[in-house]
Design a protein around this ligand. Sequence first.
Ligand code: ADP
Length: 358
Amino acid sequence: MILEIKNLIKEYDNITPLKDVNAIVNKNDVISIIGPSGTGKSTLLRCINRLEDATSGEVIFNGKNIYDKNYSITDVRKKIGMIFQSFYLFNNLTVLENIMVSQIEILHKTKSHAYDTAVSLLDRFSLKDKMNNFPHELSGGQKQRVAIMRAVAMEPEILLFDEPTSALDPMMVNEVANIVNDLHSKDLTMMIVTHEMNFAKKVSNRVFYMDEGIVYEEGTPEEIFEHPKKIKTQEFISKIESFEKEINKIDFDLYYFISEFMVYVAKRKLDIHRVNIVNLLLEEVIVNEIFKNLSSNDNIKCQIQIFNNKLYMKFMNLSNFNFDYKNTDELSSSIINNNFIEKKEDKNKLEISYLFNI
Ligand code: ADP
């Protein structure tokens, strides 16, 4: 066991997000923390590295309570790193300097040691060509990789991630999952607040569902996502799960497909206007883009998710990839134009994804 959280309470003036959190974290665990917004997930992370102080309770890290008077906050932060949703890179420093600065100032490493560590991380995370660029010259995904490298350079024992995929487009989720898996193979322990169920499934060995100020239910990804025991967990999971189905040219029946999809939509409790939009978008994309371009031996997997008033559709294993990249103007109908956010094709992975507002 690397961390034990005991009776942790955090009160603000008007609200007590953490009422009595108890949990054990084992070395090399990758724990996804899920739950409705406002249930204290970020607060819990902040109390674990003392970015905020809990009102009462204990966080025992390697046998010592980090809330003891003689435990220095700097020591806590050195050993328990955090990656923030909005990255917080130093905008006036280059990528390389961002990764070097805390090693020099906090860990008191020599400049050349910090440089070597930074360059080897940049190499490992395929960002060496950007080392002399400034953060504003990077994409969201690249900024996040820098934020991760900066934290990893501090050689933490635990890394906390606050919604690492939420500021990125949904297509970047796999990339972040690969990074987390890489860090896991190097023995890091991680706790990750996330809204992405597929991401959580890919990276974690345990899942905490938070609600009512406690770790309300915990288990393996399979236990929490496939067989949640408690009613609130069940309700939450049914809201975030995705609809998955295979499509092929030979026996695809659009109307059957849509009727099955509508069972999924019904669980989301959307108003009738939104249900219509979703229905039309699905029909447009599948008929006018996917089905038209499907070859007879294609058997593709389709994954659809409705989340935060967005419709996300992903089609995988498209061997016959001859879509023209269409921008919003060329997309087939006004319903698509009005709701379109983005479309991405990845020919190497044989994937195409769409994101719409609904
Ligand atoms: P989650 O990460 O699960 O969405 P948070 O931990 O961000 O939830 O917030 C839990 C609750 O605590 C929310 O109601 C939020 O408004 C409140 N809260 C968070 N930080 C503060 C703060 N610094 N002062 C007052 N209330 C806060």
